[in-house]
Design a binder for this molecule. Sequence first.
Ligand code: CAA
Length: 379
Amino acid sequence: MNFQLSEEHLQLREMVRDFALNEVAPTAQERDEQARFDREIWDKLAELGLTGIPWPEEYGGAGFDYLAYVIAVEELSRVCASTGVTLSAHTSLAGWPVYKFGTEEQKQKYLRPMAEGKKIGAYCLTEPGSGSDAGAMKTTAVLDGDEYVLNGSKIFITNGGIADIYIVFALTNPEAKTRGVSAFIVESSFPGFQVGKKEDKMGIRSSPTAEIIFDNCRVPKENLLGAEGEGFKIAMQTLDGGRNGIAAQAVGIAQGALDAAVEYAKEREQFGKPIAANQGISFKLADMATAVEASRLLTYQAAWLESEGLPYGKASAMAKLMAGDTAMKVTTEAVQVFGGYGYTKEYPVERYMRDAKITQIYEGTQEIQRLVISRMLTK
Ligand code: CAA
């Protein structure tokens, strides 16, 4: 067992860390306030080869592994969780299913431009009446000649409105329930594709979240991903890996908050000494650092398992559960270390705390992670 990152992973971490500090951090607060996505940051990520980290070079990717990918999401999230999730949803939720289940033609047509960052990807599963119970979806897809006609609406779609390529789950056989779900690759330019309400959110405000409406949306037959009826399994397997991207985002948020809290505790003086000299603060920092490290280890382990071709669904759910709770706890404690200043927008810890909350909710709530883990333990 070797806990040392390889030279390549260390170099990648340095490169993303520099980029995050110099190009992402300076506008993070302003983008949060304005709920503004910055396409220029995305284009720079693409130039650095970060928009297709785990995909082979023949599909426009960097040919790296899932560990490299989670390191990149973590480093970006350390300064801006919105940028972290834009990359995570694009890679894990849109690129991955095309890489895993797409035909060679689909990979060249859709994975390549996503990997090169020319197109942004998104994933459409959740509906107004179907969140944790993903199998209760209502969106339908009916074959009409050479096209499927999609009707329904999907909500809370990360990258909704800025993405060009959407992986959409719809019922081709409603009576068969989860076995009647199929997956489709839908371009935003297809007739009947509409972007609905844009959410005004508590956190990750510069990552757009929108409703996507399919109003007799016509999708060419060749854009069916996998076989008819395989969609639910594709959705679940996609989330197995996606959850580790969220774990990485959570680790990054927590590390960012911890760094800020340590610096502040060393500088801030009360009663004639730095507040870090009080065990009430220093023990808090120790607990925060320990939780961050444990979360990172679980996250890296899940990424390593996936890279090695070993089962990773349980590990990924555990990483997300642990890291999401850690992010919430550590960011809340960071605000506490900052006291009144932490509650203002003068310091970034209030943003970290707002951003952390979503990691306990999306890509499966913490309760769903427990369901997934416990089912695997007892099956
Ligand atoms: N891999 C492969 N197959 C799987 C699977 C997995 N991980 N999980 C389930 N399946 C298969 C089952 O084996 C079963 O197959 P059969 O029909 O052949 O028996 C089928 O799928 C149905 O499985 P279940 O009976 O377990 O289904 P269920 O209705 O009980 O639901 C669930 C399972 C785990 C609760 C699932 O509904 C779930 O994951 N819910 C949470 C959804 C979620 O995470 N949503 C987040 C959306 S993305 C997002 O957050 C937005 C964003 O853009 C970031």
